[in-house]
Unconditional design. Structure first.
Ligand code: GLC
Length: 566
């Protein structure tokens, strides 16, 4: 039995208009401080991105998404933004930004920037003013300041916990406390205050006017909060249904903010796009992906899944169905700057799962805690499965988000000493959560040199020696390398892309998935350990290079050319 899944509310062919660029784009995430260092200070920068524009073009991506490059004290890798409308001087200037934008646009690559609206840096001018202005001042109303509890107000207003560990309140010199869902250096904004609403509109216009094509919205499910007294306890918060009326998370009224942003986006031609980072239950994702809200939302289900046919199929079916509830397209992600790289996850034993199917611990966390020794990482198996998973993903309808370095088959770096760590989750959890530095190590561009071609100075996070084997220079033009596989896959994908539908074909095996796109492009993935025969020869592309054969080897994805190209 086959089943055709229509992934979207309107088919591209329903209208004469070409589909908007973002619907099936390949978006490459750049973590700017670790991509390329042009000025030789050990920190990646905007000019570094410009210098690698040809690399991005040859890779064949449709867009890049830049993680924050704004002025920041780097308490959370730049997600503590001190000024939303400038470039961190260590990364360059606004002129450098314009040059980069022009270089990427000249190569047909769109640019999406990260916007961080739930919190800012404690160095932000409005927060500094709030500190100076004192309790009861209008300046403090832009944030969430409260009196403490207990004698002299020495205890926090509530027992709420921050996402990085420790209390979610921080006490200032005059004795008041402010709310920070993340690090203490990231005070939450009061979204009931009109100043922030106006200020963010200004920011969106500032970047849109410069020519930025879209925005990735950080923790989009937070922002608005019902903080009427009495405030609930953490246990009460945890027990509240997440139905849109929760006090602090995924509230329906956050979409009032996004409706205003939507007007801004749609006032440009072409409309600016947005994608929500919303960690919410999947039935609430369509709210963020709707045309009156942000228009697209990340789905992290593949990123959380094991390398397992049944899980992958369930994730795809469910998310195409969800995308169909809006007029958006689905998104797919295997790696980003917050998780252990997928080559490494797939080379480690699958994590234990709770009864609800969620992983009991973050995949790879124990291995990271052991400094990369226990359990043993099977690098080859992980890399092989990662290539197969990537080709599986790139064949799906919708847009795929790639994270810098995955095209080099990079593994997570586990051997970073405590003194070199930067991630606040490491410090705030007392080392219990090792943090995310291991996927943020600067990219290896060449085999030699103090920073493997990343720059001229020792990099801000140490590169282990094995990274040299993954260098761009090492893989470029080498048949069978992961980099060449990505390049060929992105080129074929562009050629073969078609309507956003998918049909599952029977395989007779539980560990093999086979789907067909409307133009006949077929994707077969063998998750298990035995070869799988297919009726047509595997054309042009396979994660194992078994091109031209009628057999798909274990842990491999093969693409079968479309019978017709649209
Ligand atoms: C998002 C970012 C993460 C950051 C957090 C706080 O989840 O992806 O890197 O630490 O928001 O801004």
């Amino acid at each position: 039995m086959t089943q055709i899944q229509h992934a979207h509310g309107t088919r591209a062919s329903d209208s004469a208009e070409p589909a908007p660029w973002w619907r099936q784009a390949v978006v490459y995430q750049i973590y700017p401080r670790s991509f390329a260092d042009a000025d030789g200070d050990g920190l990646g920068d905007i000019a570094g991105i410009t210098s690698r524009a040809d690399y991005l073009s040859a890779l064949g991506v449709d867009a890049v998404w830049l993680s924050p490059f704004y002025p920041s004290a780097l308490a959370d890798g730049g997600y503590d933004v001190a000024d939303h409308r400038d470039v961190d001087p260590r990364l360059g200037t606004l002129d450098d930004f314009d040059t980069m934008l022009a270089a990427l646009h000249a190569r047909g690559i769109k640019v999406v920037v990260d916007i961080v609206p739930n919190h800012c840096s404690d160095q932000h001018v409005w927060f500094q003013e709030a500190l100076r202005a004192g309790r009861g001042s209008p300046e403090r109303e832009r944030f969430v300041f409260r009196e403490g509890t207990g004698p002299g107000g020495e205890h926090p207003p509530t027992d709420w916990l921050s996402a990085f560990g420790g209390p979610a309140w921080h006490r200032v010199a005059d004795g008041q406390w402010y709310l920070h869902h993340f690090a203490p250096e990231q005070p939450d904004l009061n979204w009931d205050h009109p100043d922030w609403r106006e200020d963010f509109v200004r920011t969106l216009r500032f970047w849109s006017d410069r020519g930025v094509d879209g925005f990735r919205v950080d923790v989009a499910h937070m922002l608005t909060k019902d903080l009427t007294e009495p405030l609930p306890s953490q246990a009460e918060l945890d027990a509240m249904p997440k139905d849109g009326l929760h006090r602090t998370i995924d509230r329906d009224d956050v979409h009032d903010v996004y409706a205003q942003w939507r007007e801004v986006f749609n006032s440009y031609d072409p409309p600016r796009t947005a994608v929500a980072e919303a960690w919410v239950s999947s039935d609430r994702i369509p709210l963020y992906a709707s045309e009156t809200s942000l228009g697209q939302a990340f789905n992290f289900d593949l990123l959380i899944a094991d390398f397992d046919a049944e899980q992958f199929r369930r994730v795809v079916t469910h998310n195409l169905e969800l995308a169909g509830r809006t007029r958006s397209s689905s998104t797919w992600v295997l790696s980003n700057h917050d998780v252990v790289r997928h080559a490494t996850r797939y080379g480690l034993p699958a994590p234990e799962r709770r009864p609800d199917g969620e992983p009991a611990v973050k995949h790879g966390m124990e291995w990271l805690r052991s400094g990369g020794t226990d359990p043993r990482l099977d690098r080859d198996l992980g890399g092989r499965r990662a290539r197969a998973a990537t080709l599986f993903m790139l064949g799906l309808p919708g847009s795929s988000y790639l994270y810098q370095g995955e095209e080099l088959g990079l593994h997570e770096v586990a051997d970073i000493s405590d003194g070199e760590r930067q991630d606040p989750s490491f410090f705030r959890s007392g080392g219990e959560d090792v943090g995310r530095d291991g996927c943020r190590v600067p990219l290896p561009w060449s085999r030699e040199g103090v920073a493997l071609g990343f720059g001229e100075a020792s990099p801000h996070l140490p590169q282990p020696s094995w990274m040299a084997d993954h260098a761009v220079e090492q893989q470029s033009g080498v048949p069978g390398s992961t980099l060449e596989l990505y390049r060929r896959a992105l080129a074929r994908r562009r050629e073969w892309q078609c309507e956003e539908d998918l049909e599952w074909l029977p395989t007779g095996r539980e560990d093999v998935l086979h789907y067909r796109r409307p133009n006949g492009w077929e994707v077969v993935t063998v998750f298990g350990d035995a070869d799988h025969a297919v009726s047509r020869p595997v054309a042009l592309l396979s994660s194992d290079d078994a091109v031209g054969s009628r057999v798909v080897p274990p842990q491999t994805t093969a693409w079968i050319a479309p019978s017709r190209t649209d």
